[in-house]
Design a protein around this ligand. Sequence first.
Ligand SMILES: Nc1nc2c(c(=O)[nH]1)N[C@H]1C(S)=C(S)[C@@H](COP(=O)(O)OP(=O)(O)OC[C@H]3O[C@@H](n4cnc5c(=O)[nH]c(N)nc54)[C@H](O)[C@@H]3O)O[C@H]1N2
Ligand SMILES: Nc1nc2c(c(=O)[nH]1)N[C@H]1C(S)=C(S)[C@@H](COP(=O)(O)OP(=O)(O)OC[C@H]3O[C@@H](n4cnc5c(=O)[nH]c(N)nc54)[C@H](O)[C@@H]3O)O[C@H]1N2
Ligand code: SF4
Ligand SMILES: [Mo]
Length: 701
Amino acid sequence: MPDPNIHYRTCNLCEAMCGLEITYKDKEILSIKGDKADPFSRGHICPKAVGLKDIYEDKDRLKYPIRKTADGWERMEWEAAFDYVAERLKAVQAEHGDQAVGVYQGNPNVHNFGTMVYGPNFVRSLKTKNRFSATSADQLPHHFAGQQMFGHAMLLPIPDIDHTDYLIIMGGNPLVSNGSIMTAPDVGNRLRAISKRGGKVVVLDPRRTETAQKMDEHHFIFPESDALFLLAMIHVVFENAWENLGHLADHTDGLDAIKTLAADYAPEKVADQTGLSATNIRRLAAEFCQAERAVCYGRLGVSTQSYGGLCQWLVNVLNAITGNLDQQGGAMFTLPAFDPIGMFGKKGKRPSFNRWRSRVRALPEFGGELPVAAMAEEINTPGDGQLKAMVTIAGNPVLSIPNGKQLEEGLEHLDFMLSIDIYLNETTRHADVILPPTTGVEVPHYDMVFHALAIRNTSKYSPPLFEKEAEQRYDWEIFNALTQRMGGQLLPAQNPEQVLAHGLAAGTYAKSGLDLEKLKAHPHGIDLGPLQTCFPDRLLTADQSVQLAPTVFLEDCHRLLEFKHEKTAAFPLRLIGRRHLRSNNSWMHNAYRLVKGRDRCTLLIHPEDAKQIGLKDQEEAQVSSRVGSLVIKVELSDEIMPGVVSIPHGWGHHRKNTQLEVAEQHAGISINDLTDEGRIDTLTGNAAFSGVPVKVEWVKA
Ligand SMILES: Nc1nc2c(c(=O)[nH]1)N[C@H]1C(S)=C(S)[C@@H](COP(=O)(O)OP(=O)(O)OC[C@H]3O[C@@H](n4cnc5c(=O)[nH]c(N)nc54)[C@H](O)[C@@H]3O)O[C@H]1N2
Ligand SMILES: Nc1nc2c(c(=O)[nH]1)N[C@H]1C(S)=C(S)[C@@H](COP(=O)(O)OP(=O)(O)OC[C@H]3O[C@@H](n4cnc5c(=O)[nH]c(N)nc54)[C@H](O)[C@@H]3O)O[C@H]1N2
Ligand code: SF4
Ligand SMILES: [Mo]
């Protein structure tokens, strides 16, 4: 029996799934440490882990429903709140039709098991096609490529970093983000191990990031030029006849089409646009092909940009044509114990893409959702089908979506807004009702999504550490109550544990005895081994072949001809983002220990650019884009590429009438008051945060 005062669980804050050892007494958390016995995370944690204690204890966190009145926020009883919400939503539906209710689901949806499994039925019960989520501000191009090439949006290749000899990281900063679409706890040591065993890690990023500084080689790459770089790499592969489909030779379509396409992209042709010399591109391609096991990994910076779809496709193509797809040390696929693909995936299913379009800009649906860059205009543009009510679930879109200001204005004019959220923040302050679920250490946890995106097959269940308080409700209780009132279908399983038990029973490892009881008996988690080659069996394309050259991608390449690197007089610089280890998107800035210290919401600018503007370190600058303008302190640094500037996202807590005492004192500004909802990857609809044209000017002190 484990010590009664120690609780083991998985940290649900980022994608790394670190095991935690929590010491507690009664209902107080005494310490949070890394769980050395967790076979996957091996004791690793980051400074955010103790944030779980801060969230648990946060006096600003909401625990019961509140309703906005003329005299401020008023407490409601749960049942009355459910009735009231349903009545108001139905009133909007009756007056304006079902499509007048919109939904936005934010990032923590995927980090909460109860929300993940019970949220969708509530969303369906609203009968609206106006569904949005953080997906189209993040990883939509990955899903798009997975669907087109492998037949399922969740068939996402994971870099097998524990076994590779050569890794190219494009647009990811895992030493800070702790890895994304690559669940790899203790990622720093895992990456360093590549060099230690004689391999190499190359980082391509417009900023010499924390990761770049610790790896073997870094090259600046001009924002949004990555697709050109990748085509040039592929060009060199064919030029030298190095192409090799490995074990997928008989299960791959489209190699010739790729060869024809890449013929136009010699390294010499893209050198100026990308900022990498032809010599370096040729050398990188040669090293990549000569390495026994190599993998190219492209993440956020090559997803949230104008060519996100092309980038994720070409990353997969490069891995495939060098024999590194579905191969140890290359880009591999998980076989999770709770396997959404095995349960719901169907061979040859028509992609869920472009089945409907957004009303104002006619942007295509993907996976049942419309691009979030179109959300504000759907609220703000009058006419038939205009959004009159919004439901936000674990999201803070005012700070997270391009042109957040535009959304902020829209939210003010809605007939009704419901937020299912734990804080009264920049977004939820616009709601009429906030329903706060339990979270973090109060809930049972299973990573349905991140086990499916991990570098090893593992499985782990965490029971709640503490009983919820009488006044609190679990997320699934909230979703079920609302689903029922909106006339929707309830899941047969009554709680997340039952769902998990069913899911495990339907999975591959059930045969070898993996069930909920076994998981409960293994509080540190169970290692199910390294990723295994699984194609063509796991492919869900109609002919069970990898589709290297889907028409949608080939056709989209024409946009690359328009790619320009030139400065425009009005907006000569390009804006990109960055993350910080002690920050988690927009919502952990109310934990003092995570925000204390120097101001991190600053503009990074190269000294040469600063000199031209007449800016000195730590001075204030005015930054303007097509959509807005703001003032921010500058930090001069040669870690940023000349011509490029960087601001982190998730700040801007100065907005009035929130309940975030600490965050308000460390407010910062929101980069998304500058990012442009008009900039999207037109193929997938993903927001293009990277490379926003901006102007930086000196401000008189
Ligand atoms: N410029 C720029 N913009 C970006 C990005 C960028 O790099 N640059 N990154 C993008 C990315 S990758 C993402 S994922 C999005 C994130 O966008 P969002 O998901 O909209 O934003 P978060 O900051 O994650 O907000 C999470 C919300 O969930 C609430 N919350 C936390 N835990 C729980 C819970 O257990 N239950 C419920 N119901 N609510 C909870 C928080 O209070 C907060 O309101 O931002 C995107 N925006
Ligand atoms: N500490 C911390 N961890 C987090 C989060 C957090 O907010 N804080 N957020 C979580 C979330 S929601 C996500 S999605 C993941 C994201 O995790 P990552 O994918 O690792 O994302 P970032 O750390 O934002 O790194 C993106 C990199 O892309 C670079 N970049 C920008 N534009 C371009 C471009 O055009 N081309 C290339 N090649 N590079 C470019 C940026 O300089 C940056 O270094 O992190 C997760 N983990
Ligand atoms: S790296 Fe992510 S999962 Fe691990 S402790 Fe930090 S926030 Fe939690
Ligand atoms: Mo994200």
